[in-house]
Design a protein around this ligand. Structure first.
Ligand SMILES: Cc1cc2nc3c(=O)[nH]c(=O)nc-3n(C[C@H](O)[C@H](O)[C@H](O)COP(=O)(O)OP(=O)(O)OC[C@H]3O[C@@H](n4cnc5c(N)ncnc54)[C@H](O)[C@@H]3O)c2cc1C
Length: 509
């Protein structure tokens, strides 16, 4: 299929890479004239790391990573610059099974660009002004007046997505302001920062600085409580920061004195999540921040942008039915984004505390997670698991009301049950019980922990699953159906794959 991707950022380029791998013909348009935008540092792990591994770009990324030294750390300091608490980046890396990097945003973009530039057309300086879709195709009109027709259109154009505005409606309908603004800018390194990212917090405002990938350069990152003022024009940005940070301690006056004169060099925006009821509209689908911005507080926007692109392309590679593929993509990734949005929302007050007491609590929590025994908290806080581990679970589009079906492709892993639980709970809000279809192709990588998860799942849902249809051709699928009847469901039956329609019928009776 010929697929247009609006936005050559992380989600757009990852989508393009994998669509090409799956035999489609992606074209990327990017509004900016070239690469290298947004020089802020970010944590890169989870699904993003897994996808980057599958693309073979980990080595290229590793060469450009920041926080590469074992002694590098994230620290909170007092007014005099004394370290109150320090979290070693190495500890974070260990909790995430070694799959963690600090990256500068534009380096991720550059590595992605190198990975796709020989196979995918990228048109810089291009944007869409109109979208017109029919049952047969989607036609876009570019800013220069030219038109072009595609099979699908992917909106990968970030939090203020143009495609979302044109096809799904105004941003305000989906924006959830979290009560903060953030800003980031580069400054010369004249502050003798230790090998760490130093942060200083006062009630309702936080400021920090860290070394970028360039010798002699620091990035300053500011997050503060504010009313929603929408877009802040470049000429007002420096004043806005000086007002918000007036009278703040530590080296704040020096960090403010170095604010770039050119307001374009200050990245500033509200901390706003994008929450949508659906990411699909006919032949148009959204990925990355355009679909479900989680904000910098989640620490996973880049990782999930990679994850979205990978999952969408994989679904489009598995079936010729594009509508089903888009539905599968949404069912697979949206709950994962929503989970992370929820966590970010709950974490926000802890991230930038509003009171002295809150700052003390922030320090205590940071101290706790530096202890090995509590390191799991860190993973839990950031939902550090890659959702690709659960990616084998596809909700079937025939699911309706309290009759729900899943195809489990590849490894059946213990964390799959989290997704199952989420979806069953939704149906159980309007019905006393659900009937479940499980189409299982393969059980592999079944860990001992899975039996424990299995048992918990059975205990929680055994009264609530009326019928369970296990669909599959392997011998163990019959065995699974037999075992399920006392464990998970009141009634369970096995069906061969060729008889899947009979399974749906049986469940709907
Ligand atoms: C300060 C800060 C810190 C962060 N920290 C982390 C972190 O630690 N970990 C993490 O995983 N994430 C982090 N994030 C979030 C992460 O950077 C984003 O979630 C991620 O970049 C989203 O990728 P995307 O491709 O969806 O959108 P973007 O990266 O925003 O890319 C969108 C692209 O679309 C282009 N575009 C926009 N409009 C148009 C148009 N009309 N036509 C064509 N193209 C258009 C843009 O120029 C851009 O290239 C952070 C973000 C910020 C701001």
């Amino acid at each position: 299929m010929k697929i247009l991707i609006s936005g050559g950022g992380l989600a757009g380029m990852t989508t393009a890479y994998w669509l090409h791998q799956h035999g489609h013909e992606p074209v990327v348009i990017e509004r900016a004239p070239d690469l290298r935008r947004d020089g802020y540092g970010l944590d890169f792990f989870g699904a993003g790391y897994d996808v980057a591994e599958r693309m073979g770009i980990i080595d290229a990324l590793a060469k450009r990573q920041i926080f590469r030294d074992k002694e590098d750390s994230i620290a909170f300091v007092d007014d005099d610059g004394r370290v109150k608490v320090e979290l070693k980046v190495e500890a974070v890396r260990q909790v995430l099974d070694g799959k963690y990097m600090g990256q500068i945003h534009y380096n991720l973009e550059e590595v992605l660009y190198d990975a796709i530039k020989d196979n995918v057309k990228i048109r810089f300086g291009t944007s869409i002004k109109a979208v017109d879709q029919s049952s047969a195709a989607v036609t876009v009109t570019y800013d220069n007046g030219d038109s072009e027709t595609f099979d699908l259109l992917v909106g990968a154009d970030g939090i203020h997505s143009n495609v979302r505005g044109l096809v799904f409606g105004p941003e305000k309908d989906y924006a959830y302001f979290m009560g903060y603004y953030y800003a980031c800018y580069h400054i010369p390194d004249r502050h003798q920062l230790r090998k760490m990212w130093e942060n200083y917090t006062e009630p309702g405002r936080q400021i920090g600085a860290y070394h970028t990938d360039r010798e002699g350069q620091l990035a300053a990152l500011l997050i503060w409580e504010a009313e929603d003022e929408g877009y802040i024009p470049p000429e007002q940005r420096a004043d806005k920061l000086r007002t918000a940070y007036a009278g703040m301690g530590w080296i704040t006056p020096q960090l403010l004195a170095d604010i770039p004169a050119n307001g374009q060099e200050i990245l500033i925006d509200s901390v706003t999540q994008i929450r949508m009821p659906t990411w699909r509209n006919g032949r148009v689908v959204l990925v990355g921040d355009a679909a479900g911005c989680m904000t910098l507080i989640s620490g996973q926007g880049a990782s999930m942008a990679f994850g979205c692109g990978y999952a969408l392309a994989e679904e489009l590679g598995q079936t010729d039915d594009w509508a089903q593929a888009l539905a599968n993509y949404e069912h697979r990734v949206k709950p994962q984004i929503e989970l992370r949005q929820l966590k970010a929302h709950d974490f926000a007050k802890q991230f930038v505390p509003g009171s002295e007491l809150g700052i003390k609590a922030q320090t205590v929590i940071m101290k706790l997670v530096t202890y090995q025994a509590f390191s799991g908290l860190l993973k839990e806080q950031f939902v550090g698991d890659s959702f690709l581990k659960t990616a084998a679970l596809h909700r079937l589009p025939q699911s309706k009301g309290n009759v729900i079906g899943y195809r489990v492709a590849g490894k059946l892993h213990e964390t799959d049950y989290q997704t199952l639980e989420l979806s069953l709970d939704e149906a159980l809000q309007t019905a006393d019980s659900v009937n479940l279809l499980l189409q299982i192709e393969e059980i592999a990588g079944f860990k001992r922990d899975a039996l424990w998860e299995d048992w918990k799942f059975g205990r929680q849902y055994h009264d609530k699953i009326g019928k369970l249809a296990v669909v599959g051709d392997q011998r163990w699928s019959k065995w699974l159906a037999r075992l399920s009847e006392p464990l998970y469901a009141k009634e369970a039956q096995h069906f061969a794959l060729a008889d899947i329609n009979q399974a749906w019928e049986w469940l709907s009776r």
